[in-house]
Design a protein around this ligand. Structure first.
Ligand SMILES: *Cc1c(COP(=O)(O)O)cnc(C)c1O
Length: 467
């Protein structure tokens, strides 16, 4: 194949080819950029001819045509979004793999404004002096949680790490064996504790831990009692855990022992009102006497990824001063999104539906049914390759929140006339935007709890394109 090397076109020839300009226009590239793409592809073609990997059948191969095709593929591959938008048709509102919470429109607007401009992130406007980003939205956090003080770090895993490192290093932390959980994506309470330098003292058994178990483990080395939300699993049957108020009271009896609760999700909205789960709202936990709590920004709260820590002023002050607070700090866009999210909780309760996460969780099944039915009808009229029908089902909340809670929903259950459900689901994942479904009883099911009306067209188009 080496004899073909001399037939490879020169760059200046390719640059004169009309296809050169048309690719530039199509992909909005400069001469220099397109030339670089072409050089790379020629280089690869040359290598493969040398290595005898490319088989050439023609006597006079159309290398130029081949190169322009290769370059076109390469450019569109390069230009596409890596972090891609998807349609979440799983009905799981807090799908960790799909990015958890969607932000509200006002949060998004604030993120854009903050990204576009300079801000007072670490600047006190009245004094013209350096300020701290840890103070920027503290008043809102305090108002929302009822705690004395609060701060924000990168995520809740970071919050747990900071609390343990700053307040319990080389000291003992008592945790119930029933709460030494592992949360999806490698967050293990026991490992985080080990990394932080705190010594874990396990008490009780897997299914039962009593107040006296904690009492007996307390000594002068005890820095903290920690309670962990058993996020992604639910124990049923012969179980016992100690209530927040009892643990808080026990910690109080021992001078200097901190009671810290990792809430995982940390709801500010009372979903119990709608008969959904039994998640305490953060304010209730603070009122029960917790010295410190931490929770995620992008789980039930429905904001950006963040770890929120709230509690006693003196403890928060120590956390803010710790070196790790600098390591784990959040970006200005996170603070902007979080500020708007918190304002939505503190504002008009009627407008709580403007937070997509809250709205989707409490969304009535009847509204979902209407949407699912309209999809079934539209798919039927657009394509004869599918059989689809409305089916009652349940959605999960996800994100390691409210384990075991199933909320009634409606799905469109779809079968393709020749593709298997797995094949269809795989094709839907390659649609633009990708459509992520769940398979149930050998049917591709779309749970409309997590689908916006504005996504309906793209959804139907995605199915039609799969034929
Ligand atoms: C989800 C969760 C975490 C981790 O929170 P991230 O915000 O995802 O870092 C920690 N602890 C508990 C109990 C959780 O449920």
């Amino acid at each position: 194949m080496k004899q073909y090397l001399r037939q490879l076109p020169a760059i200046h020839e390719l640059q004169k080819d009309p296809r050169f300009k048309s690719l530039e226009t199509e992909f909005n590239l400069s001469d220099v950029q397109l030339t670089e793409f072409l050089q790379k592809e020629i280089g690869k073609l040359r290598q493969s001819l040398l290595a005898e990997e490319t088989l050439v059948k023609e006597k006079v191969p159309d290398f130029a045509g081949q190169l322009f095709n290769l370059v076109e593929d390469r450019i569109s591959e390069w230009q596409k979004d890596r972090l891609e938008r998807v349609i979440n048709a799983t009905g799981t509102v807090l799908h960790t793999n799909l990015g958890r919470s969607r932000l509200s429109a006002t949060s998004i607007a604030r993120v854009v404004k903050t990204a576009e401009n300079y801000s007072n992130l670490e600047y006190r406007l009245t004094e013209g002096k350096r300020g701290s980003r840890h103070d920027i939205i503290e008043d809102l956090l305090v108002e929302a949680t009822g705690a004395e003080a609060a701060m924000v770090v990168n995520n809740n895993a970071a919050a747990v790490f900071l609390v343990l490192s700053a307040l319990a290093k080389e000291q003992e932390v008592i945790v119930s064996r029933g709460q030494l959980v592992e949360i999806g994506g490698s967050f293990r309470v026991s490992s985080i504790m080990e990394e932080s330098g705190a010594r874990l003292v396990e008490v009780g058994t897997t299914n039962k831990t009593h107040l006296f178990d904690y009492e007996q483990a307390m000594n002068e080395e005890t820095a903290m009692i920690m309670k962990v939300h058993t996020s992604n699993f639910k124990m049923i049957g012969f179980t016992e855990t100690v209530e927040t108020a009892e643990l808080a009271a026990l910690a109080k009896k021992h001078h200097d022992v901190i009671f810290y609760e990792d809430l995982g999700s940390g709801a500010l909205y009372d979903f119990k009102k709608h008969g959904i789960g039994d998640e305490p709202v953060v304010r209730e936990v603070i009122e029960s006497g917790a010295d410190l709590v931490s929770f995620s920004g992008d789980k039930l709260l429905g904001g950006p990824q963040a770890g929120l820590i709230a509690g006693k002023k003196e403890l928060i002050a120590r956390l803010k001063k710790h070196q790790l607070a600098r390591v784990l700090r959040v970006d200005k866009m996170t603070l902007a999104a979080l500020e708007e999210t918190l304002k939505q909780y503190l504002g008009d309760p009627e407008k709580i539906n403007e937070l997509p996460t809250v709205r989707d969780i409490i969304r009535p099944a009847a509204a979902i049914q209407v949407q699912a039915q309209s999809f079934v009808d539209r798919l039927q009229s657009e394509s004869s390759n599918y059989h689809s029908e409305l089916m009652a089902s349940t959605s999960q909340i996800g994100g390691g929140t409210m384990p075991g809670v199933e909320i009634p929903t409606y799905v469109a259950a779809v079968k393709h006339h020749s593709l298997s459900s797995e094949q269809l689901a795989a094709r839907l994942r390659r649609a633009k935007p990708a459509i992520i479904t769940r398979i149930q009883d050998d049917r591709v099911c779309l749970d409309f709890r997590t689908i916006e009306n504005t996504e309906m067209m793209a959804l139907v188009a995605g199915f039609v394109a799969c034929e």
